[in-house]
Design a protein around this ligand. Structure first.
Ligand code: ADP
Ligand code: MG
Length: 678
């Protein structure tokens, strides 16, 4: 037998079941060995003396009398025998399973699943647990666990178990090569690969299973981290970066023109970015910073640096509203430069002109949406590519933009803080800069959670805030998942209700995704200019939007939103010197809904919120991770295994550094047999 053999040659696999196994991803003997159970059923069973009347349970017991089979009627039968567990002897009867008779031998230990009848002190047997070791579906094992695999129609648990057993019997396990260095096995007291794989399927006890899982998790994360190291290395050496020799004096001069001083975190991040740009290595950097920490200005100065070195730069953002906002900022900050805006909703003639200017190099900077990565968009000399709210983009979209230049430097910004565990994994191939402080003078946002019944009080308060404080307010309409039409209707209804309520006391505007581009722009501009007091909006303003004077964020049916979305929405206020508030209006029905509201009330720290989000939802759901290129792990789990992840990463970095880039060879050179070390 070879590990690469197709399983169709194993006993018990026919053409039809082969098709089904393939659907599970099991093609070869190796796939089969590495197809691990996702949980184990505890068949250690219960103590009969503890069972309550009517309770269903598994009991492992010894058969003490021969099974007696009696028929009544043509088809109906009853099988009875006595079994013993410790000092308790009890009766067992099975109805209509006459074939069990031959399998229940006196003296053997079996796992019996059934319903306990305490009056009669007897078990109404439902199932004899399927075999781990024996051939006929009767267990005769001391194992406390029965593995449970993900299966699908056409593949039965018991057949899969038997097939794995067949492979084991054929010696497949012995063919598996150790793939971790002995040194690491010793250092971290990891069991060998063969031991682990065996124990993953058929653990003898809880401890053995724990050891197997620990080893398999380490292996999975370690090998993943090694690949990331290789990727990072490729990025750095394989593709030489551009030398962006920017004019330091000009950049410093521009910085001093800003209406505020950069925070030290902003300065530091900018230094790191500029150092990457001027060096020959290719920049591949993530700029991480909580909402409102001031990433934009860092991006703008980096773009300016690229300009002073004679390069074009591009800033890609996920929404048109955000693109327009950045465009306005850039033109204000760099009146002497040629800045373009490229979004989908523009006239063909205008678009042609913009593309022409980009291709000839007339344009110095461009900001845009997905429109930037369409065919036909070409640059003269693109030196720097920045994506804002990068988690909103898929891996491919980011790549396309990068490929429009001669390997330009790349900066990705994320307002959504990513928990350390995920950052290590998702961006293990990137360098990371963090802006971990807010500009001076910001006041903490106060968050309140109110029930729908209290909305009147909230609106009364809003009225006085508008009249006395000239407050500006966002009201986010409830989110109806996957229905833009309903979102729109909700926003419109809410707009009308509020207009009715406030009458002449407030100037109210409406903003939603289906409005025409110029309408959206006009509405946003009015709000920003203070010509609207209250803006009813859908989540189109979720990310990036910056109106410093807005101080109240009201989120209707807040429990319909996820934590990271709520955090983003809340981040639309508290961006200036004024005290800000976030009001969550929600009557959550689910426990998790209540939890989310409470977390929002308890903290404004984006990192804490992200950690909670990760715990509640699992890594796959958070921050569009599915799109970010993180693989789905089979045994490891990013929420609970971050300790292992960090250790695995450290070791991977060391080993990779020692391996001259050829880690596969390097790894196998580690694997002498144990005796070579003595
Ligand atoms: P984000 O990191 O969420 O993208 P922005 O870049 O939009 O945050 O910045 C939020 C607000 O803070 C903007 O109005 C910006 O002009 C302002 N800002 C940025 N840096 C500073 C600073 N160092 N001091 C004062 N205000 C700043
Ligand atoms: Mg931003």
């Amino acid at each position: 037998m070879n590990l690469t053999d197709s399983i169709q040659y194993l006993k018990g696999v026919g053409p039809k079941s082969f098709e089904n196994y393939k659907k599970l991803g099991i093609f070869t003997v190796e796939d089969l060995l590495l197809y691990f159970p996702f949980r184990y059923e505890d068949i250690a069973g219960r103590n009969v003396v503890d069972l309550l009347d009517g309770e269903k349970a598994t009991i492992v017991a010894e058969i003490v009398t021969p099974a007696n089979l009696s028929y009544f009627g043509a088809r109906r039968s009853r099988l009875t025998f006595k079994a013993k567990q410790d000092n308790s002897v009890f009766g067992v009867s099975f109805f209509n399973q006459p074939y069990l008779k031959d399998k229940l031998e006196v003296g053997s230990k079996v796992g019996l699943y059934g319903k306990w009848d305490s009056k009669k002190q007897q078990l109404l047997g439902l199932k004899v647990l399927s075999s781990v070791e024996g051939e006929h579906g009767v267990i005769a094992t001391d194992a406390d666990f029965q593995p449970i695999y993900h299966v699908m129609q056409g593949v039965k648990q018991s057949s899969l178990v038997r097939l794995i057993q067949t492979a084991f019997e054929g010696g497949a396990l012995e063919l598996l090569q150790e793939n971790l260095p002995q040194e690491l096995l010793r250092k971290y007291r990891l069991i060998s690969r063969q031991q682990a794989v065996k124990a993953m399927h058929f653990p003898v006890d809880l401890n053995e299973h724990k050891q197997a899982l620990r080893r398999e998790k380490f292996e999975e994360l370690f090998i993943f981290q090694l690949r990331l190291q290789a990727l990072k290395d490729q990025e750095k050496s394989g593709r030489e970066g551009l030398l962006v020799t920017y004019d330091k004096e000009k950049v410093v001069a521009k910085e001093s023109e800003l209406p505020f001083e950069l925070t030290s975190a902003q300065k530091f991040a900018l230094q790191e970015i500029l150092a990457d740009m001027i060096s020959k290595t290719h920049m591949n950097r993530l700029l991480q910073g909580d909402v409102g920490s001031g990433k934009t200005v860092v991006a703008e100065l980096s773009m300016y640096a690229a300009y002073t070195a004679g390069f074009q730069s591009a800033l890609m953002v996920p929404t048109e509203i955000l693109a327009r906002q950045h465009f306005a900022n850039l033109t204000l900050l760099f009146p002497e430069l040629q800045v373009s805006l490229l979004v989908s909703a523009i006239k063909a003639s205008e678009r042609r002109e913009i593309l022409e200017d980009l291709a000839t190099g007339h344009t110095n900077m461009v900001v845009g949406t997905h429109a930037l990565i369409q065919d036909g968009v070409e640059f003269d000399n693109l030196g720097l590519v920045i994506t804002d709210e990068q988690h909103r983009f898929g891996v491919n979209q980011r790549k396309i933009l990068r490929e429009k230049g001669q390997n330009p430097d790349v900066l990705m910004m994320t307002a959504t803080p990513i928990p350390r565990t995920l950052a290590i994994t998702a961006f293990g191939d990137m360098d990371v800069s963090v802006i971990d402080e807010l500009p001076a003078g910001r006041k903490p946002i106060t968050t309140r959670w109110v029930k729908h019944q209290q909305i009147d009080e909230v609106l009364k308060w809003v009225r006085t805030e508008i009249l006395k404080e000239k407050a500006q307010i966002y009201v986010i309409s409830p989110l109806i998942e996957e229905s833009e039409a309903l979102d729109l209707k909700n926003a419109q209804d809410l707009y009308e209700e509020l207009s009715d309520y406030f009458k002449a006391d407030a100037r109210i505007g409406l903003l939603h995704g289906q409005m025409k581009a110029d309408e959206k722009e006009e509405r946003m501009a009015m709000f920003k200019a203070g010509k609207l007091d209250l803006l009813v909006s859908t989540t189109v303003i979720e990310v990036g939007v910056d109106v410093q004077n807005a101080t109240i964020m009201i989120i209707m049916d807040a429990d319909r939103f996820g934590l990271s979305q709520l955090h983003q929405l809340r981040g639309r206020v508290g961006r200036g010197q004024k005290k800000s508030y976030c009001i969550l209006v929600a009557n959550p029905k689910s426990e998790s809904g209540k939890q989310r509201m409470q977390i929002m009330v308890d903290t404004t720290d984006g990192f804490k919120i992200a950690e909670e989000d990760l715990k509640m939802r699992g890594s796959g759901e958070v921050f569009g991770i599915r799109q970010s290129g993180i693989p789905e792990f089979t045994v490891a789990d990013l929420v609970n295994d971050y300790n292992i992840l960090e250790v695995a990463r450290e070791e991977a970095i060391k080993i990779f550094a020692d391996s001259d880039g050829n880690f596969e060879n390097y790894l196998s050179s580690f694997n002498f047999s144990d005796s070579d070390f003595d």
